[in-house]
Design a binder for this molecule. Structure first.
Ligand code: NG1
Ligand code: ZN
Length: 541
């Protein structure tokens, strides 16, 4: 390690003194102008991680659904997974080191992790469409090269596409070719093969309106659409030609405001979906004949996908197991439906896809989705073995095995992916002959409300039981329990956000009015017991 060069180049990406940032659920995320030094240092860290794992590491420059002025960075581990926890700590240490301590921190990390500094390093870099992203990704590359690492800059990519590239490169291309062309071909081929089997693929299954959040999803979907246009025609809105990224549009806006995005004309019963700013989340929705808006969120997506996969497993007649993984934000109706009607085991983990991903790996088929639309399905080698042996099976079973094989190919197993989830959903709807209303009618969501509360230090709130109960500050959970008792079919919880400096409050109940009241009362309790700052939460928010 040429420490002299590190010091020299680091000075060109100097850290504003006093700035402290945390590697959170989604990496580092803040105003773009504060991130240059973080990017350079994440380039250094990615090179070290690559040397240690003797594998390609990915670095993605994006702030997902956050405002256009923000940016962020996260590292992608060899199998397309989120960075290992001990390295998240190194990331935080390195990002917060003052200039004069940089050498020491780098040596510390290398020693702790037994990094062979002579080893080659290879890092792939991708970025979203934010104006700040190009320059910031150049800073990442500076960091990689200072440590003698090589790199490939993919330029503009969705986050899941970068995960895919990393996965392909580390599995000797068995999974797919590590190019955009490879990604488009793999997914489109699987999609076209799947829908060939649909008996009822009338016109209504063939078109979909997509709100691209004015982000990278628009560019990539446009590049891809001609690969699958024989099976599905997509109409793109908020494609970035006019509006601002994530502003009044995109999956996060639609989910949290429970209303359609701006810039999209919706006729009754038309199937629509929204991506977020880096295209790793997707939610569906439609307007019914009375003009009412219906949201189909990650929970209902998980329900559709897991019920279809369960049917395929029954068809094959195997005792392979399937499980669904959710977070505390999952609508109570979805959990009840999955457990009681579909008889699928459901597990709850902490917020953040890495937790869900980890749990989902315990099953032969693990379907995981956050309510906000971030998720995928994972398949064990036992499932793949079964498919391989299916040649000897009777016709009907062989067909189910073939579908399963195409679905595995269609899911980007490395990460939740809006494009791949969209194609899976469209294929299932066509195969099952389901309209968007029929899908929506599987169960009725409990009315719910999510709010944010500002507190002086959100760490005063600690939680247990997959974030469903507050342990500190004292008295908060008891207060929440008392408030919840006042409403029917109600539930509420609070947790500190891992990506923003706020406490999140969630409430659901039998009516929207009750959910709104409960959320407001719980917010007030947080404000009073956890050191609220600024304006007191008001009814009516
Ligand atoms: P935080 O800020 O920790 O609530 C949010 C989302 C997560 C996840 C991360 C990463 C909610 C309630 N929270 O986390 O699900 O997507 O961002 O982007 O949607
Ligand atoms: Zn995202």
């Amino acid at each position: 390690m040429d420490l002299g060069a590190v010091t020299k180049y680091s000075a060109l990406h100097a850290k504003p003194s006093g700035l402290i940032l945390q590697y959170g659920t989604a990496g580092f995320r803040t105003k773009a102008e504060h991130l240059d030094h973080v990017m350079f240092r994440m380039g250094l860290l990615a090179a070290l991680r690559s040397k240690q794992t003797k594998s390609t590491i990915g670095v993605m420059v994006t702030a997902s659904h956050n405002p256009e002025e923000d940016n962020g960075v996260k590292l992608v581990d060899p199998l397309g997974e989120m960075l290992a926890p001990s390295w998240e700590e190194h990331a935080t240490c390195l990002a917060n080191a003052e200039e004069q301590d940089m050498q020491r921190v780098l040596i510390d990390i290398s020693e702790k992790e037994a990094v062979n500094l002579q080893q080659d390093a290879f890092v792939v870099v991708g970025r979203d469409t934010r104006p700040s992203s190009e320059k910031l990704s150049q800073s990442v590359i500076d960091g990689v090269t200072v440590l003698g690492g090589e790199f490939h800059d993919y330029g503009l990519l969705t986050t899941p596409q970068l995960h895919y590239m990393v996965y392909c490169r580390n599995t000797g291309s068995r999974y797919g070719k590590a190019t955009l062309e490879g990604y488009y071909q793999k997914l489109s081929k699987a999609f076209m093969e799947l829908i060939k089997q649909a008996s009822c693929s009338g016109d209504e299954y063939r078109s979909l309106k997509v709100d691209c959040a004015n982000g990278i999803g628009a560019l990539k979907l446009r590049e891809m659409e001609h690969y699958f246009s024989q099976g599905l025609s997509v109409q793109l809105f908020n494609d970035g030609s006019k509006g601002k990224l994530n502003h009044l549009c995109g999956a996060d806006f639609v989910k949290s405001h429970q209303k359609p995005p701006q810039g999209m004309e919706i006729k009754s019963n038309e199937r629509c979906c929204s991506f977020d700013g880096d295209a790793d989340r997707i939610v569906y929705y439609y307007h019914d004949a009375d003009g009412h808006f219906h949201l189909i969120d990650g929970d209902k997506i998980a329900t559709l996908i897991s019920s279809f996969l369960k049917e395929l497993l029954v068809e094959i007649g195997e005792s392979l197991n399937i499980g669904v993984v959710q977070t505390a934000y999952a609508n109570g109706s979805s959990t009840r439906y999955l457990e009681e009607v579909m008889k699928v085991p459901v597990y709850c983990t902490k917020t953040g896809v890495k937790h869900l991903h980890h749990k989902a790996q315990e099953f032969d088929i693990g379907v995981y989705f956050e309510a906000n639309g971030h998720g995928t399905a994972l398949f064990s080698t036992a499932v793949e073995m079964k498919i391989k042996q299916s040649e000897q099976l009777e016709e009907k079973k062989r067909k189910a095995a073939k579908m399963l094989e195409n679905i595995i190919d269609l899911f980007n197993q490395a990460a939740g992916d809006a494009i791949s989830d969209m194609l899976v959903i469209e294929a299932i709807l066509a195969l099952k002959g389901l309209t968007v209303q029929q899908w929506d009618a599987l169960y009725t969501d409990l009315p719910n409300r999510q709010l944010k509360v500002q507190v002086a230090d959100r760490r005063v709130i600690s939680t247990t039981n997959a974030e469903r109960q507050a342990v500190t500050p004292p008295g908060l959970q008891e207060t929440i329990n008392d408030l919840v008792k006042k409403y029917k079919l109600s539930r509420a919880f609070v947790r500190p956000s891992g990506t923003e400096d706020v406490v999140r409050v969630y409430a659901e109940a039998d009516s929207q009015e009750s959910a709104d009241h409960l959320a407001c009362e719980v917010s007030l309790a947080v404000f009073q017991l956890a050191g609220g700052i600024g304006e007191r939460p008001q009814p009516g928010f």
